[in-house]
Design a protein around this ligand. Structure first.
Ligand code: ATP
Ligand code: MG
Length: 259
């Protein structure tokens, strides 16, 4: 698929997955890419953060996974973000149970994306905070996994579960899958513990740790309450500039991986 799906995953809650998904989607769109953002979390935070009211939706990514409607009925455009969104709301919580008895349950997102691959240059998938069937669908659909991490004491805990899940999916369902890479978010360089954890990450993951670091920035936390990516809410903020740099770094890494 030429749309290089990137799954933003970490089973820990509140580590900056959705903030990264929304702002990376908007930044890639700003750089001229045709972007699809997939909200794969029943919380629907990426949907709300894209300026789309999850409570008013009749068709969501849930219906796509269950094969109940066409992509055309589900897609909405995030006008401010400049990308297309497959939205989600609490309906998606039922997918886990309903898919269990269905054939090819791990491939549902992949197959939905394959049907529209030529329409997008980049697909970003926002995962829920769990290693469940929804996350497995994201990992099966993805080319690469991006792991946002807060550089805190407990950050590394649980990381091996995630890495093992990626390995299992790679071995059984999606041989091309790889981690690219680990993104340090909510970073405070004055905090010595953060520096220490950051060094640990580099020792462990080497060049998979992205050069771009996303600082703790209040504008990033405010933007979703206005349904806006930070790029539109406050373009000059440190958060907006970091996500633009991240988009550039990811495009460079994709070019290097192809060559
Ligand atoms: P969940 O696991 O519940 O889906 P998540 O991993 O998607 O959470 P976010 O929703 O992106 O995490 O972020 C958690 C909270 O931290 C949010 O209130 C968000 O606005 C805030 N936040 C995220 N990144 C930053 C940052 N760099 N600076 C300041 N606040 C941030
Ligand atoms: Mg989230």
């Amino acid at each position: 698929m030429n749309a290089s799906p990137l799954a933003i995953t970490n089973q820990k809650g509140g580590v900056g997955k959705t903030t990264t998904a929304v702002n990376l989607a908007a930044s890639l769109a700003q750089l001229g890419r045709r972007v699809l953002l997939v909200d794969l979390d029943p919380q629907g935070n990426a949907t709300m953060g894209s300026g789309v009211d999850k409570r008013e939706l009749t068709h969501t990514v849930y219906h796509l996974l269950l094969g109940q409607c066409s992509e055309a009925r589900v897609r909405v455009s995030s006008e401010k973000g400049g990308y297309v969104l497959w939205p989600a709301n609490r309906d998606l919580a039922g997918a886990e149970v309903e898919l269990v008895s269905q054939p090819r349950r791990e491939y549902r997102l992949r197959e939905a994306l394959e049907r529209v691959a030529d329409q997008y240059d980049q697909v970003i998938i926002d995962c829920p905070p769990a290693l469940n069937l929804l996350t497995v669908n994201a990992l099966v659909a993805a080319h690469a996994v991006l792991i946002p991490m807060q550089c805190e004491y407990y950050a590394l805990e649980g990381l091996s579960d995630l890495v093992n899940t990626v390995k299992r999916v790679k071995a059984k369902l999606n041989p091309g899958l790889y981690i690219d890479g680990v993104l340090r978010v909510m970073f405070d360089p004055r905090n010595t513990l953060a520096q220490h954890v950051s060094d640990e990450l580099k020792r462990h993951f080497g060049s998979k740790v992205l050069d771009t670091v996303v600082p703790r920035n209040v504008r990033l936390a405010e933007a979703p309450s206005h349904g806006l990516p930070v790029l539109v809410y406050d373009r000059s903020s440190k958060g907006a500039q970091a996500y633009l740099r991240l988009a550039e770094e990811i495009l460079t890494r994709q070019r290097d991986a192809r060559n």
